[in-house]
Design a protein around this ligand. Sequence first.
Ligand SMILES: Cc1cc2nc3c(=O)[nH]c(=O)nc-3n(C[C@H](O)[C@H](O)[C@H](O)COP(=O)(O)OP(=O)(O)OC[C@H]3O[C@@H](n4cnc5c(N)ncnc54)[C@H](O)[C@@H]3O)c2cc1C
Length: 418
Amino acid sequence: MSDPLLWSGDVIVAGGGSAGCAAAVAAAREGASVLLVESAGFFGGTGAAVLDTFYGFYPPGGNERVVGGIGWEVCEALFAREAAFERPNTYGAGTGVTYEPEILKQVWDDLLADADVTTLLHATVTDVLMDGDKVSHLGLHTAAGPRSVKAVVYIDATGDAELAWRAGAAVDAPRDQVRRQPMTATFRLGGVDLARTSAADLHRRMAEATGYVLPRREGSTHRTMLPGVVHTNLTRVSGADPTDPWQLSDAEREGRRQVREYVRFLTAEVPGYEQAYLINTSIRIGVRESRRLRGRYLLTRYDVLQAREFADAIARCGAPVEDHDGGSKTVWEYVGGAATGRSYGVPYGCLLPVEVGNLLVAGRCLSATHSAHASVRSMAQCFATGQAAGTAASFGENPADLDVQVLRKRLIDQGALL
Ligand SMILES: Cc1cc2nc3c(=O)[nH]c(=O)nc-3n(C[C@H](O)[C@H](O)[C@H](O)COP(=O)(O)OP(=O)(O)OC[C@H]3O[C@@H](n4cnc5c(N)ncnc54)[C@H](O)[C@@H]3O)c2cc1C
């Protein structure tokens, strides 16, 4: 690669969302030199740009946490700053941790700095250069123009399997999928009289509303850390391919158009919202599902619903299959068949491409079918798979050959719940 070399070291993590930040911290704490590359100007990814509630720490119907480690450290740092609280969910996902996204960005800045991770913001991976079956360099677009970076092991935490796809690993691309989760522009409203609102009343009014185009007739408007401010997850842009530049652009505009319509509905029809005003829409539209790795193990709906255990599990998940690809409703299917607090193991093979030797994939682009992905994509699991990928990367250049039981022991020592 002829572009000037900006950095070289042990591990490069591409994508600074929940999975990528956890991966970078984990690898650095294990003694690796780590570069974390993120195209936005902040860390936290979808968790900071679109959302305000971590799900997946607690399975629905259970009080026992199934994710610890770095993910829970993030929660504890938020609690310590009085920037988060546990919020029981009334309709499916189990108890969540609702946080202030601005403080989440600061928590990640601190955790990454404390772990000695080298961080690069406003830098986008645009090329993957191969040497045989190994990634040799990444090409970046930076503020200074094109640059290259080099490591022994790479972690793809881009959400879109950007590295795996560019490196030639098998991926399930959205355009080839029969089913695809819709995208959602979230928004915040201020001036809400929360004492006069309830989820049941809102859902009833949405179901009965006439004269409004509301693609989703349930969904969440919930309290936040800020007085009179609610965060919403209501809009639904269906059928668009987030890896198609034109469709993604249209989806952003359509998301904002729907936000206008939901605000019109809420302020006109729902008690408590009469004086509400729009504070902001999400920094970018929320993408639930795009490219997914087809790795050494493909997690299936059967694995999820049967609450399967795996000898090489590196994370646990009790989040239900939450499929928004179902008209105006959301389909919930529970781990083990009912909301009784059960969970399953996430196999290490879900992080490993078949075709590329020195690459791991973590977070929402790991190897799972559409339905299994609808369970394993919650942020607690992205933290956990990120931590596992980062720790595995610190073992050296052949992640597929490491002793998984040694990796599991290391994760348990770090506080992971397996
Ligand atoms: C609308 C919506 C609602 C959801 N609700 C919840 C919820 O309430 N609770 C919950 O737990 N989960 C929820 N989820 C799921 C969850 O938010 C995601 O699955 C999770 O945040 C994904 O984390 P990640 O780290 O894998 O990816 P992301 O957080 O998406 O991070 C990927 C990062 O990679 C960066 N990136 C991408 N390409 C490149 C590149 N080429 N170069 C450099 N950087 C790059 C991106 O900028 C981004 O920061 C929701 C998802 C959506 C879309």
